[in-house]
Design a protein around this ligand. Structure first.
Ligand code: 5AD
Ligand code: SF4
Ligand code: FES
Length: 359
């Protein structure tokens, strides 16, 4: 296995071998990934303050706790002022970027609201805060308007690059189409966004071959940013029925870490987030992600009182904390990993910048 780690271009079979690595080989994989991270993107972690401003969602993904069909959720929607306060908190705490995330809605009132918020956030931060949106599938026109209003990064996970698996974890209707998801990713790229996507790891029915295909998809699509983390079952969702098919949680975490490490070896200069779901399994999950190749963390800056209602999965961390708690906690945690925090720096994907450079 060790010679695979020195290969320039990993093939599908190589990836499968790495994903099945035993404990000792996994150590070698992790240290290689860590070395590559240090060499290509450095040991700096960038913050993206995550504002989960509403859990109202029009979709019904089978895995997600805030799906429209779940009646056990208190639905909330922050006011514009509350959202702007979150952005101000991030700015004043030197986060340099925020991510606006919510359940998926697609209508003109919503589009316009986001457009205004983008303008306001730019304004309150003297144009300094970087803004990422994570608002699901929208029309090309809407993506373009949001881009024009100052958003320069967009996150939209493909969830699984295998169409059959994608269909198994989503309702079979036009609101949950693999083609639409892929098409949205292409539109975002065309408009000029830094595009982030990702998958869930350890889903029921998912094989190592699927995961290898996911990594190949990320390379083929030439993404700038990736956020991927373990799937965590939620009792109020249809997929819960298949919980007996899941790997034990510690193994799911380990698989998630292997995915991050292999991706870092395959795509040396992209931004990779240490997903919050890693921490849902292990209190040190995100720190472990950083050690094996991740360089982005998305501290939650949503006011504490709403956090309990944005539970995509069980055991979501920091739901009893407030933004200040998370800031202090993270500073300590990141210094433990031997990384520093890129305060006041956008920390854009190097990969994106290299692509844009004229020949
Ligand atoms: N476990 C892990 N991740 C989940 N997401 C949604 N539900 C779950 C779950 N049960 C992820 C999806 C989505 C992102 C916002 O959260 O990948 O794209
Ligand atoms: Fe809605 Fe996103 Fe959850 Fe799907 S994953 S139900 S689109 S919030
Ligand atoms: Fe939220 Fe540690 S990151 S309390």
């Amino acid at each position: 296995m060790r010679d695979l780690l020195n290969k320039n271009y990993l093939e599908k079979q190589d990836i499968i071998t790495l994903l099945s690595a035993n404990e000792e080989d996994t150590k070698a994989l992790f240290s290689k990934a860590s070395e590559i991270k240090e060499k290509h993107v450095g040991n700096k972690v960038y913050f993206r303050g995550l504002i989960e401003f509403s859990n109202i969602c029009g979709k019904n993904c089978y895995y997600c706790g805030i799906r429209a069909g779940n009646n056990n959720v208190n639905r909330y929607n922050l006011t514009d002022d509350e959202i702007l306060d979150c952005a101000r908190f991030a700015y004043e705490n030197h986060y340099a970027s925020v991510v606006l995330q919510s359940g998926e809605l697609a209508n003109e009132v919503f589009s316009k609201r986001i457009e205004n918020l983008l303008t306001e956030i730019k304004h309150l931060s003297n144009n300094r805060l970087g803004i990422t949106l994570s608002l699901g599938e929208q029309s090309e026109e809407v993506y373009q308007r949001w881009f024009n209003a100052g958003c320069h990064r967009y996150l939209l996970r493909i969830e699984s690059a295998n169409k059959e698996l994608f269909q198994k974890i989503h309702p079979n209707n036009e609101h949950h189409s693999f083609e639409t998801r892929l098409n949205c990713l292409k539109m975002l790229k065309k408009i000029g966004y830094q595009v982030g996507t990702g998958v869930m790891i350890g889903l029921p029915f998912q094989t190592l071959e699927d995961l290898a295909d996911d990594l190949l998809f990320l390379r083929e699509f030439d993404v700038d940013m990736v956020g991927m983390g373990p799937y965590i079952e939620h009792p109020d969702t249809p997929l819960y029925e298949y919980r007996d098919l899941l790997l034990p949680r510690p193994e799911r975490l380990q698989l998630g870490l292997k995915m991050i490490a292999i991706l870092r070896i395959m795509m040396k200069d992209i931004n990779i987030a240490a997903a919050t779901a890693l921490q849902a399994i292990d209190p040190m999950g995100r720190e472990k992600g950083i050690k094996v190749g991740a360089n982005i963390i998305m501290p939650n800056v949503t006011p504490g009182e709403y956090r309990n209602s944005y539970k995509l999965y069980s055991d979501k961390p920091c739901t009893d904390e407030n933004p200040d708690d998370c800031t202090q906690c993270l500073e300590a945690r990141i210094s433990m990993t031997g990384n520093t925090i890129g305060f006041d720096e956008w920390g854009d994907s190097k990969h994106f910048k290299e692509k844009k450079r004229p020949e």
